[in-house]
Ligand binder design. Structure first.
Ligand code: DGP
Length: 120
């Protein structure tokens, strides 16, 4: 098993200690439904290995960074939103309101979204 933190919420989901609605898993990443969806399709994509945030990636993480992006490319097909479109967002740090410190990309779709993603 890749490096884990005993008390990290998402490490616990990786280990199966906390149930989650899993939509995809391979040897590197896990994709599961967000408990508080903000759109009809809302899935979190995480590495099995504990990395706290996007800011904590180092050059040695090139492989896992690629695996996360590859999952973000394939999971929309599972969700049926490959053609309609989707967004892949990493909340990082206080201004972005990151609340779980195990790196995760929010894959959201299934509705028309606006841009910019916040009120002017
Ligand atoms: P962020 O704010 O970017 O750190 O988003 C964390 C997300 O994690 C948030 O959208 C809700 C989700 N979340 C928190 N706890 C759980 C949980 O126990 N299970 C699942 N499936 N999602 C969770």
């Amino acid at each position: 098993m890749a490096h884990q933190e005993p008390d990290c919420l998402f490490c616990r989901i990786v280990r199966g200690e906390i149930p989650a609605k899993i939509v995809y898993r391979n040897d590197h990443v896990l994709a599961f439904r967000d408990i508080s969806p903000v759109s009809p399709q809302h899935v979190l994509i995480i590495p099995l290995r504990h990395i706290a945030s996007l800011s904590d990636l180092s050059p040695e993480d090139e492989g896992i960074a690629g695996q996360i992006l590859l999952a973000a490319s394939s999971v929309p097909g599972i969700l049926g939103i490959r053609e309609s479109g989707y967004r892949f967002v990493f909340n990082t740090g206080p201004d972005a309101m990151q609340s779980v410190f195990h790196i995760h990309g929010h894959l959201i779709g299934g509705k028309q979204m606006g841009w910019p993603p916040f009120p002017a």
